[in-house]
Design a protein. Structure first.
Length: 181
């Protein structure tokens, strides 16, 4: 019965013009703007700025400073920066639906500055374009990004690991992504 309800919901979304499909391996990332903290305050960085001509590891978190994101997910990528670099990765970046000020504070508190690029998706435009949002309003968090990790080469997704349970960071862990590279 629940499957039928999901099919009907998907069909109704298509009728309303919502034809967003989840990003998958082989897809090109959509054009989007992130906010980053520059030397003179908040600045814009586009997907082209981040991904064009580069091999990038991008991981997404439901929220900066949340327990799994702060204590498990981000530290795994931070610990493996050199291993990713040895595999030819130019940039390791994290995104999430948080504002640039929260992401900047998170970067500073974790010591990840200069090692991981923090790409704030404050309005969730990037997450929505990927069809990678979750409704966490039941926990007072509103719309958030799904937890995932991907390898992107010149804007094209080569590997994608999406976490089924946003409270865990196993499928989307740095170690798991490294195994697949």
């Amino acid at each position: 019965m629940r499957q039928l309800a999901n099919i009907i919901s998907d069909f109704q979304s298509c009728i309303k013009g919502d034809t967003t499909m989840p990003i998958k391996v082989g897809d090109r990332l959509p054009e989007a703007k992130f906010r980053v903290m520059g030397s003179e305050g908040p600045a814009v960085k586009t997907t082209e700025n981040v991904f064009k001509g580069k091999k990038v590891v991008l991981f997404a978190v439901p929220g900066a400073f949340t327990p799994t994101c702060n204590n498990n997910h981000l530290p795994g990528f931070l610990k493996n920066v050199d291993v990713f670099k040895k595999k030819g990765v130019d940039t390791i970046a994290v995104t999430g639906i948080n504002d640039v000020f929260v992401f900047d504070a998170w970067k500073k508190s974790t010591g990840a500055g200069g090692k991981i690029e923090f790409l704030a998706d404050g309005n969730g435009e990037f997450a929505k374009a990927l069809d990678m949002t979750i409704d966490a309003s039941g926990h007072g968090l509103g719309t958030r990004s799904k937890r995932y990790a991907m390898l992107v080469e010149d804007g094209v997704v080569k590997k994608l690991n999406v976490e089924e349970n946003p409270g865990q960071a196993q499928t989307s862990s740095a170690e798991n992504l490294l195994k697949s590279m």
